[in-house]
Design a protein around this ligand. Structure first.
Ligand code: ATP
Ligand code: PAF
Length: 270
């Protein structure tokens, strides 16, 4: 018997952490900020199907930006997502799922789109869902990626990052609140103006923590955890946007460890 070839294609995208960001004034503009990709991420297996269905770690789930990107590419598929980062906690899981889906769908349906077009589709799918402003640009490239207004810049790093994910924050709920967005914009600008190439992760998290506190984003539990890290000699802040503490310079306080990765999203199985 001749085995039938499975049309399923798998792609993976790294998660990302944003220590400082400046939301755009209009949805037509991009956000500014500084972020980095991490080793853990989201894998998406895309299989052509009569209708769109999405599962996350085996459970049927709705992930609006993933649906959006399939619509933008004019395809219907069964998408199986598998996440090694928590979803909704500030690791850009929605962006990683969306970008990995776009890359895999391009191969599964032989769409012939180039990387720029797929990135653009994933970005606009995230914007429309309100789940991200620019995560996919970091997840596309890997490394430390920032844009202070002069275009996207990138450097490489393999710094270790400790984290504790306490609870989720729906990115769309924060971005829909105009007063919060205004505060984030003001203090994000100030923090970002102090970001310089070659800065250590320690310096970056220091700037981030000042920004997070001034923007009023830190919860009591985050403040407690950050203080515990500081007492241990480390520096910590909060991931945008989750009730998640991220830290460097401490090994004993936070629950998990990951690393900055310099590898961007890619096809893993054709
Ligand atoms: N178990 C789940 N918990 C949270 N969100 C989920 C879950 N399953 C699916 N979702 C969907 O995943 C998306 C999560 O988006 P959100 O932007 O809040 O999180 P994130 O991408 O992990 O974090 P961030 O963008 O803040 O870094 C939403 O579209 C939500 O509906
Ligand atoms: C909106 C955001 C800063 C925080 O969730 C990030 O997800 C982004 O830049 O897409």
């Amino acid at each position: 018997m001749v085995p039938t070839e499975s049309p399923a294609v798998t792609a993976v995208a790294p998660g990302s952490v944003t220590p400082i960001f400046v939301p755009p004034r209009s949805s037509q503009d991009g956000s500014f900020g500084v972020s980095f990709a991490i080793e853990d991420g989201v894998e998406a297996t895309v299989e052509p199907s009569d209708e769109i269905s999405i599962s996350l770690d085996g459970e049927p789930t709705a992930v609006e930006p993933v649906e959006n990107v399939l619509d933008r590419l004019s395809v219907a598929a069964a998408v199986s997502l598998s996440a090694s980062i928590p979803v909704g906690y500030g690791f850009g899981a929605s962006g990683a799922a969306t970008l990995a889906t776009a890359l895999a769908a391009n191969e599964a349906f032989d769409l012939g789109r180039d990387r720029e077009q797929l990135l653009d589709a994933a970005h606009h799918a995230e914007i429309d869902a309100g789940t991200g402003l620019g995560d996919v640009f970091i997840q596309d490239r890997g490394g430390l990626v920032w844009n202070t207004g002069d275009g996207i810049q990138r450097s490489e790093s393999s710094a270790e990052l400790g984290y504790t994910a306490l609870d989720g924050i729906a990115t769309s709920a924060v971005l829909d609140d105009e007063r919060t967005v205004e505060r984030v914009r003001e203090h994000g600008q100030e923090g970002l103006s102090r970001v310089t190439p070659g800065q250590s992760l320690r310096e970056l998290l220091e700037l981030s923590w000042t920004f997070v506190q001034r923007a009023g984003l830190a919860t009591d539990r985050v403040i407690d955890e950050v203080r515990r890290v500081e007492r241990d000699g480390g520096v910590a802040s909060m991931a945008m946007l989750g009730e998640t503490v991220i830290a460097t310079g401490t090994r004993n306080v936070l629950e998990r460890t990951t690393r900055i990765t310099n590898e961007g999203a890619r096809i893993t199985e054709l």
